[in-house]
Design a protein around this ligand. Sequence first.
Ligand SMILES: Nc1ccn([C@@H]2O[C@H](COP(=O)(O)OP(=O)(O)O)[C@@H](O)[C@H]2O)c(=O)n1
Ligand SMILES: [Ca+2]
Length: 497
Amino acid sequence: MSAQREMKEKNPWHTPVTIIITVIGVIAIVALVTVAVLQNRPVSQKYKYGIVLDAGSSHTALYIYEWPAEKDNNTGRVEQTHSCKVKGKGISSYASEPWKAGESLTLCMQEAEQKVPKKRHHETPLYLGATAGMRLLNMENSSASDKVFQAVEKALQKSPFSYQGARILSGQEEGAFGWVTVNYLDDRLMQGLETTGALDLGGASTQISFVSDNYDGSESPSNSVAFRLYGNDYNLYTHSFLCYGKDQVLRMALAQQTQSGPRTILDPCFHPGYTEIKNYSVLYDSPCVSDRKPQGAPVSFNHRGNGSFGQCQEIVKSVFNFTSCKYSQCSFNGVFQPLLQGPFGAFSAYYFVMNFLNLTDTSIPLDTVKDKLTRYCATPWDQIKLQHPNVKLNYLEEYCFSGTYILTLLTEGYNFTSESYSNIKFIKKIKGSDAGWTLGYMLNLTNMIPAEAPDSPPLPHAGYVSIVTIIALLLVVLFILSLRPLWPRCSKQPHII
Ligand SMILES: Nc1ccn([C@@H]2O[C@H](COP(=O)(O)OP(=O)(O)O)[C@@H](O)[C@H]2O)c(=O)n1
Ligand SMILES: [Ca+2]
């Protein structure tokens, strides 16, 4: 017998069967781990998209949202990836030339086509929601508002996206979706945390929405919206005040001062030295003030400023009605409001105005805020213009008024106190997405917030992969140990020949 053959017989480890078993075992285990890792690895980033057009009273904005493709319908984070401000005014301003309302959207729609990957175009839902500007136009002239919608629809149907319709949101929807947006972006809904109230100030309406423990919705059902989100029940209080957006309140304040049809008014809400000729018919061309147009007024009036915060606040207060309340408590105009509760996010014009005035820091005592605004309003108009050469004059002239209105609405209207004022945060964006009703609207229409908490796997992905790997390694060791009887004996052991 050759020495080589003798070796093979002595070392059973080298028999073809054990070699094959070992190789198959190792391959099987490697395959098991690989499959586990690959199968559970988050699928390489593929995104889905949704587009919402916010047709506000003053302007239209387009928002593009994206979310990981495999996660729609449950926990996926939806984020704003792009926004586009439509040039020109809001769609309601095109009442007399509706086709222009459709045309005005073209540039932003083209931009959206660039931003959303082409192969996703046809499956990307596209919504348009109109707010208070169109609510007012619809009240004033419903056939004009229908024509504006037809023009807008025609433009949007031409786009490659999956057009889902254009409509006017109700005030409740506008308030409730703003609240959903803020709390979704803050991760408060999925985790069932205390929610943040939402304060939205537009040009033609304003919304307040919050959850209050002592409010079950029964006292004023029209102010109540019930949600079940991620397994938590919410009873939301919400109210939208039509005509209480800052542009319409400015009209009401001017109407208040021009009741007798004067040729000149000295307006405390405008800076000293401000002087402008304004048209009565333009001022009163809105359902918020049209019934107050003075009889026999001249064509125009000289609008002059005298910059007094205190006097301006008196005028602003006079646009609120505090006389009647048939509920346990009211904000103003006989509207029910439960006790304010929790933190609040104030966005849209709240942010633009307070940011311009450097007053977004709500840890500053309310009295100090008022002092600063008093000084700002008293600053001569020429000086203001010199200090802000890059701000458009039609915005610049109104910040004294707008700041006064915001403080008055919050304290006199909604009953924020010097203490609870610090619960308000003036915000523009949360984690890169604009605060506003659009995201909440899209999440709702695409069913992206489930009523029940999604079933999540008991282990996070990394934990799962680690455990599978450890078990596989244990199996390898066990397998090797199981072959022990076949192991070559230790060379020191005596050989029995
Ligand atoms: N940079 C900006 C943009 C808008 N704004 C104001 O923010 C408000 C936005 O209102 P909106 O167009 O959404 O009107 P609604 O339909 O929500 O009432 C308007 O009063 C604008 O003048 C501002 O003060 N600064
Ligand atoms: Ca708005």
